[in-house]
Design a binder for this molecule. Structure first.
Ligand SMILES: *Cc1c(COP(=O)(O)O)cnc(C)c1O
Length: 413
């Protein structure tokens, strides 16, 4: 999937209160003075402008490359409060994990861990399966002497984040059929791994995969990083029997950008923590999780669970309608809608035009929007543009509508 190639981990600014404002906190415009916590600390100007970096109107969705998502003010406040005290990080991790498992009503025997992101959750989750709580093995990773060394994955489920699996030292064993799985399982098999958004691409589907793992008495991992909404996905896979499930904290959940969730069996969760920061001489020491992220993640999840998801979806449609109504007044311009089945499962709009009536390639349209001030990022398609609206701030739908209309009009034949 092309989009993943563009993504990476982002620096963290939330603890400084720099991300004030949200979908729910009234209009927030670019280059305007900071309000609230930021202003009270003397941050009077736009912090990005200060660095000469242009802010972006994000019609692409929860892209790590663009900063993921924007935290709600309540999360900012929780992180701010967390930044004012020292605590034992392992104690905080365990307490937060317990609270998260309760909030999500995970099955008996499940807990959770706040990680640096879904990618971090994959790496420490698998590390834990390999090492258990043995300090010698934890220190030895990624040298797998004395440990299991293979992870089974469907060939069609290989993706950029399997780097985090391979980072533990294991070899990926690719399979396509149930029969392949049977042949692949051996004394060296540590785990079966599933890439949730590729459910459609593999022959073995999400529910069958976990059943197979049970037949073979192997732990099973599902990377569901970007797969909320719907919110029920947060517990669906644990209930299905997955032993470990990863989510991004800083995508649709709108938690801290450098946070994620590992949900799973209590023992595996405790082994994952032992392989992670703050513990030293661990593979995961480089995936530090701060007290601010841990507290912010709990708060974000609480808000997300209480959101009116129906109303939010209506609002996302309304924004797309605003843009559609305006651009389709131009002869030859049309819009169409769909909702991706999984990952960014939100209203999505294609904007297409008859090249005989508007002489502009998708590349040119994309670039002109990108070069606008503020910069507008939509997706390019083969014949036009596409966008979603769930990461837009109030008023940005109108700005997109206006700028896009200008650009398309200027190229009428
Ligand atoms: C975004 C994503 C990740 C990485 O998540 P982070 O929270 O940024 O670490 C991993 N897997 C999939 C499928 C993703 O979409």
């Amino acid at each position: 999937m092309e989009a993943y190639k563009k993504w990476d981990r982002r620096g963290f600014l939330g603890g400084l209160g720099l991300m004030a404002g949200s979908v729910f906190s009234g209009p927030k415009l670019w280059g305007r003075p900071q309000t609230g916590a930021a202003a009270s600390r003397g941050l009077s100007r736009n912090v990005y402008e200060d660095l000469g970096v242009t802010t972006i109107i994000n019609g692409q969705g929860t892209m790590t490359m663009l900063g993921g998502s924007l935290i709600p003010p309540e999360v900012e406040a929780a992180m701010d409060a967390a930044s004012r005290h020292f605590v034992s990080i392992p104690e905080l991790e365990v307490a937060a994990g317990k609270r998260i498992a309760e909030m999500l009503k995970l099955p008996e025997g499940y807990s959770a861990l706040v990680t640096s992101g879904a990618a971090g959750a994959i790496q420490c989750g698998i590390s834990g399966v390999l090492t258990g709580d043995d300090p010698t093995l934890i220190q030895r990773l990624p040298d797998l002497t004395g440990m299991k060394s293979e992870v089974i994955i469907q060939k069609s489920h290989r993706y950029p984040f399997d780097h985090q699996i391979r980072a533990t030292g294991v070899k990926l064993v690719e399979v396509e059929t149930r029969e392949d799985v049977r042949k692949a399982v051996g004394p060296q098999t540590a785990l079966m791994f599933f890439t949730n958004y590729l459910n459609g691409a593999g022959r073995i589907k999400v529910d069958e995969w976990v059943k197979l793992s049970m037949e073979h008495h192997l732990p099973c991992f599902n990377d569901a990083a970007a797969d909320t909404p719907p919110v029920s996905h947060l517990w669906d896979y644990a209930k299905m029997g997955y032993d470990l499930v990863a989510f991004s904290g800083g995508k649709a959940i709108r938690g801290p950008q450098c946070a994620g969730l590992l949900l799973g069996q209590k023992d595996l969760i405790s082994y994952a923590l032992l392989n992670n920061s703050p513990y030293e001489d661990t593979l995961g020491r480089g995936q530090k999780v701060g007290k601010e992220e841990i507290v912010g993640m709990v708060k974000a999840l609480e808000l997300y669970l209480n959101d009116d998801h129906e109303a939010l979806t209506q609002e996302w449609w309304r924004r797309l309608d605003t843009i559609s109504r305006q651009v389709t007044r131009i002869p030859g311009v049309s819009t169409a809608y769909y909702i991706p089945a999984i990952a960014n499962h939100v209203p999505t709009m294609e904007i297409n035009w008859d090249p005989r009536r508007v002489s502009l390639s998708p590349d040119q349209a994309f670039q002109l929007l990108k070069d606008s001030k503020p910069s507008i990022l939509l997706e390019k398609t083969r014949i036009g543009l596409a966008m979603n609206s769930f990461m837009l701030q109030p008023g940005e739908d109108k700005i997109i509508a206006q700028r896009l209309t200008e650009i398309l009009r200027a190229h009428r034949t």
